[in-house]
Design a protein around this ligand. Structure first.
Ligand code: SF4
Ligand code: SF4
Length: 432
């Protein structure tokens, strides 16, 4: 049975039990060798550090498999500081029946492209990834300007290394994703106009910046991209509550309540303009929901963090609703009886895409199965959201569920050439 067909069966089984298929994010380590300003785990930060270790990680993987979870992510810090362990754990997760296993890297292994051993190193790396159980493998990229990205990360030469490595990965049938952490430097060093004085200018600045970023990712040889929405929490809240230190109060990722919907509108417009030629994971329906929330509306499909999705930090086995609700530990993950937890989701405190995107993608399905009248009524009443969501489902199929191991299907993707404004589901944005 393929991962895709297994996934669809898991989704259906979970929905029939009134749940969304489980997802566990395991932080294997919070050590990191990069300097990213947008992250509290950068190599200069003074946080206490931990490594989960293989034994605890095996216990978590086995427990996730026993609970019938659909997806497992190994995050960091920098997960590939422990490449061998991550590969073994991915294989184990797949062997135990978890269909979707992901990890990513800041790309430090792609440095040194000028050295004679680089081609061999890349072949060995691609071979290792090919033989792992991974379905998704992302490489972080912060900006359309390689100098800005490498300066922020403190990883000189990494971008050219990635460009040289991607054809090697393709020889092994692998298509890694570029992972953009949305930030103010996405288009380069030029700052946007102040949103309060010039909201249209602010939005247009970011629309152009995102388009530049997607073109840049394409030019490097990426065929898949994802976007992580900004994770700026107020410093005191992050310090007190977050167990996942991937947040920062740095201005690079801090966006005001006025700026956020403009930012997401810009991202939506850029996504719509490139997704027929680049596999863009970012769901239009999730962006639409975030735009509405930040414009003062309610969360249509609140986050399933702590309901069906969980986070375990590198320090131990304790499950949390997510990395940001550290004051709500749920006990050791292997002992967690998920079926006893409330099925009702209510949190929308942050924009963490790992949990928010799948919550929106699965939300209407769950509602249709558990409360069919309410589900049908919502889709009939809210045509804008219904269109965006149905279109996302079709798009995901056209993109081969964003598998690391599937080449882009240009013929199917071509059907998603830029939507006419009347179809796009949102107020049209004038062409640049
Ligand atoms: S964003 Fe990732 S690569 Fe950058 S410092 Fe944080 S954990 Fe390291
Ligand atoms: S919305 Fe944010 S804070 Fe709330 S459960 Fe989801 S990830 Fe956690």
């Amino acid at each position: 049975m393929t991962a895709t067909s297994l996934s669809r069966r898991r989704v259906l089984g979970a929905l029939l039990r009134g749940r969304v298929p489980g997802q566990l994010v395991i932080q294997y380590t919070d050590h990191c060798n990069a300097l990213c300003a947008q992250c509290g785990m950068n190599a200069r930060s003074g946080i206490p550090r931990s490594v989960l270790g293989a034994d605890k990680a095996v216990a978590l993987v086995d427990a996730a498999a026993e609970k019938g979870f659909l997806a497992l992510s190994f995050t960091g810090g920098e997960p590939l500081l422990h490449l061998g362990e991550i590969v073994e754990l991915s294989r184990r997760a797949r062997a135990k029946g978890i269909p979707l296993v992901r990890t990513g890297t800041n790309g430090f292994l792609f440095r040194g492209h000028e050295k004679p051993d680089f081609p061999d190193r890349m072949r060995r790396l691609a071979e290792t990834v090919a033989e792992s159980g991974l379905n998704n493998f992302w490489i972080s990229l912060d900006s359309a300007d390689p100098a800005v990205h490498e300066r922020n990360r403190g990883l000189p030469g990494m971008v050219l290394g990635v460009e040289k490595a991607l054809p090697v990965f393709r020889e092994f049938g692998l298509y890694p994703a570029a992972n953009l952490g949305v930030n103010r430097l996405v288009g380069g060093d030029t700052p946007p106009p102040p949103a309060a004085e010039d909201p249209d200018g602010f939005r247009e600045h970011f629309r152009a910046a995102f388009r530049r970023f997607y073109s840049f990712a394409e030019s490097l040889g990426f065929t898949t991209v994802n976007a992580c929405y900004p994770m700026s929490l107020p410093e005191d809240r992050a310090r007190e509550q977050a167990v996942y230190a991937a947040t920062s109060a740095d201005g690079m990722v801090r966006f005001s309540g006025l700026e956020r919907p403009l930012l997401y509108r810009a991202l939506l417009a850029a996504v719509e303009s490139v997704r027929h030629r680049l596999r863009v994971f970012t769901p239009r329906s999730a962006l639409l929901c975030l735009i509405r929330e930040h414009e003062g509306g309610e969360a249509a499909f609140p986050c399933r963090g702590g309901v069906d999705f969980f986070f375990v930090q590198a320090g131990g086995l304790t499950a949390y609703p997510c990395g940001y609700r550290g004051s709500e530990p749920l006990g050791p993950f292997p002992d967690l009886d998920v079926s006893r937890l409330s099925r009702r989701a209510s949190c929308s405190a942050c924009d963490w895409e790992c949990f928010r995107d799948p919550s929106v993608l699965a939300g209407p399905l769950l509602e249709l199965v558990t409360r069919p009248v309410a589900g049908i009524w919502r889709l009939l009443r809210d045509r804008e959201l219904a269109r965006a969501w149905l279109d996302d489902l079709r798009y995901y199929r056209a993109c081969g569920d964003f598998s690391l191991r599937r080449a882009p299907d240009a013929w199917h993707m071509a059907r998603f050439a830029r939507l006419a404004p009347a179809e796009s589901g949102l107020t049209p944005i004038p062409a640049a």
